[in-house]
Design a protein around this ligand. Sequence first.
Ligand code: UDP
Length: 336
Amino acid sequence: MLVSGGAGYIGTHTCVALIEAGYDVVVVDNFSNSEASAIKGVEQITGRDIAFEQVDTCDIEALRGVFLRHEFDTVIHFAAFKAVGESVAEPLKYYMNNLTSFMNVCALMKEYGRPNILFSSSATVYGEPDALPVTEQSPRQPATSPYGNTKQMCEDILRDCCHAYDGVDGIALRYFNPIGAHPSALIGELPRGVPNNLVPFITQTAAGIRECLSIFGSDYPTADGTCLRDYIDVVDLAEAHVAAINRMVGGKMEEKYEIFNIGTGRPVSVLELVNTFERVNGLKLNYKMAPRRTGDVCSVWADTSLANSELGWKARRSLDETLASAWAWEKHVRNI
Ligand code: UDP
């Protein structure tokens, strides 16, 4: 199977899970936001050599070469830019990259008769939901960033391709908030520069790289005033991909295009997450309350019953073990 963006955070963990489930993977990545060491980590964990092609999926002729050199029926498309704030400042960079690379993948899958496309979507498509938890039927809200818009547009592109082309089937997985790292601490998230996401900022603060964590907003209408999210262990998330692939290659899809929420179903506040991180890792974090961050929604968490029943998958790991793995990974990266 082809894994685009397979050197990235979710891509590496998914490659490990796929290999452990008996699948062969070919990774395509241009290292625009990842490093060759990530592939080495996957090789160390699995004890296997990873077939790797350093190709930009926006370059359709280079990507065609990958299709011609390798046999696969399935692609998992992770390759995308993902920084929400940067997408507001540089929308064309996001539209060009995220849409071109996905359309290239879809076009070549169709051209070469490769049937199964799995797309990395996001809970961001739900915006600020009217009702919680969100199901796959909950309405998508107008995107509040070009990044979010590319997720919605790619979902629509995949849906339309699946309906128009006999030989193309698709699944979109809507990820909630992936956090943590592989328990080996050999792979994990490698943010460049100042992290935008909560858990990398927490671990870097604990490591002394950042002085103080700002908790964005303490006046939300929630029990402790901070935002609620559905934080899912990246290894659970990786296993959801294997379950979705099993469904596709096993011919068990009920529709040509299907969508699944991938979360835990449990809302956790920012403050609760920070307190849990401190407790499980036995340390004190320097943090302060700060104003709300523009564009943040107050609360979003998943109804995961469809993924539970149709994929036979469930998030199993506790927040405690996930936050321990996040800290173990940061310590590994920093040689602490
Ligand atoms: N957050 C925070 N401080 C940070 C980064 C994030 O308080 O330095 C909060 C953010 O306001 C949100 C939650 O943590 O409520 C998760 O943010 P993240 O960027 O990780 O994911 P998002 O849900 O925005 O995709």
